[in-house]
Design a protein around this ligand. Structure first.
Ligand code: PLP
Ligand code: TYF
Length: 398
């Protein structure tokens, strides 16, 4: 039966990562995958994580099964990080959380949970969105449709079109929004827009799903959740998928969380049983390592302070490079307006260059970016920013 299999194309972002690895050019620049790199182009283990790992080695006294919801201390911490410690949804017992293998695992569990709640649900995603969103929901048998979001002309949002389209979404459908640091555009809703979106969700009765893969990478840990917290104040039900891949630098440990927010605590108990049944049918229980590390960090005031400092360092480095790109482009005589880069947040922005230009950067300069012109800004550093700006100047001349 295996002879009937057809080859399946690999994820283009992960394919780009492999192509970069194989390129022998010592000047190569990786602006592809959304992984933080420091000034040396290295994705280092955070110091707070190293300390938590030492602590885990010392304290762990059992490897018995962890349970379907995973690490309960982690789950409680992640809820407080997302909503703040005294949010009404937490005080009212309306939140159910399970820790998952990465944010991707959280999305896949959420998809199966939605399928159980409403098998006919359509999941609405931003145009464009992280490519995996579409395949994850479709894999669970859900329909996926796009709503207007990024405006390639203005490099801003098509907010009016977005609101007009979402006004037609019925109760029983799910609308996915990025909490902050929109992947791939970097263009986020401002707070006034979040408020309007929340009002619409409440009025129309659709269920928001907030994907939060970059908390702390935009403006700050609390600032990045402003929209989410407002939304949770207003709507009776929502889903939240969190990831610790970026903000704790735990990518390969695969740690994230899915939270279901229900209208009341009685429904939360039912939702918990459904959520755990979904988990059981996919992987039974999540891997423990990443969750225990995050728990150790957030249980210690000292390690939490260190984490805040390291997270701020990552955020600030990216934000500094957003400005530096514009300065260096000017230095190279580039006349086009790239000021939109400083109006966007997180790892990504679209350069807005065409396929030929992207190909030329890769072929002639070994500069790698996604085919949409999405760049991961953390791939830039003092050793390659001038090289990148010069190459851009050449390519833009045509
Ligand atoms: N959601 C978005 C928007 C992402 O960009 C990512 C990837 O980084 C994820 C979810 C899932 O992340 P992970 O599975 O690595 O935790
Ligand atoms: O968009 C990105 O680059 C990150 C990393 O299958 C990523 O979200 C990309 C593809 C993938 C998993 C993670």
């Amino acid at each position: 039966m295996f002879s009937h299999l057809q080859p399946t194309p690999i994820d283009p972002i992960l394919g780009l990562m492999a192509a970069y690895k194989e390129d022998p050019n010592p000047q190569k620049v990786d602006l592809g995958v959304g992984v933080y790199k420091d000034e040396n182009g290295h994705t280092a283990v955070l110091k707070c994580v190293k300390e938590a790992e030492a602590l885990r080695l010392k304290l762990e006294d059992s490897k018995t099964y962890i349970g379907m919801a995973g690490d309960l201390s982690f789950n409680s911490h992640i809820e407080k990080l997302a909503f703040g410690p005294a949010h009404q949804v937490l005080l009212a017992g309306r939140v159910v959380t399970a820790h998952t293998p990465g944010g991707t695992g959280a999305l896949r569990v959420a998809a199966e949970f939605i399928k159980k709640a409403n098998p006919d649900a359509t999941v609405w995603v931003t145009n464009p969105t992280w490519a995996n969103h579409v395949s994850l929901f479709q894999a669970a048998g859900l329909k996926v449709k796009e709503y207007s979001y990024y405006d390639w002309e203005t490099k801003g949002l098509k907010f009016d079109a977005m609101m007009a389209e979402l006004a037609t979404v019925p109760a029983g459908d799910v609308v996915l929004v990025h909490a902050c640091c929109h992947n791939p555009s970097g263009m986020d809703l401002n707070f006034a827009q979040w408020q309007q979106f929340a009002e619409l969700a409440k009025e129309k009765g659709f269920t928001p799903l907030v994907d939060m893969a970059y908390q702390g990478f935009g403006l700050g840990l609390d600032e990045d959740t402003q929209g989410l917290r407002y939304l949770a104040d207003l709507v009776p039900e929502l889903l939240l998928c969190s990831s610790c891949s970026k903000n704790f630098g735990l990518y390969r440990e695969r740690i994230g969380a899915v939270s279901v927010i229900t209208a009341d605590s009685k429904t939360a108990d039912i939702a918990r049983s459904v959520l755990l049944a979904v988990v059981r049918s996919i992987y039974s229980m999540p891997p423990a390592h990443g969750a225990i590390l995050v728990s150790h960090i957030l249980n210690s005031a000292e390690l939490t302070a260190l984490w805040h400092q390291e997270l701020a360092e990552m955020r600030n480095r990216i934000n500094n490079y957003r400005q530096l790109i514009i300065d260096k482009f000017k230095e190279q005589g580039i006349a086009q307006d790239f000021s939109f880069i400083t109006r966007q947040h997180g790892m990504f922005s679209f350069l807005g260059i065409n396929k030929e230009q992207i190909e030329q950067l890769r072929k002639d300069y070994s500069i790698y970016m996604v085919g949409s012109s999405r760049v991961s800004i953390a791939g830039l550093n003092h050793s390659n920013i001038d090289y990148f700006a010069k190459a851009m100047a050449e390519v833009l001349k045509g």
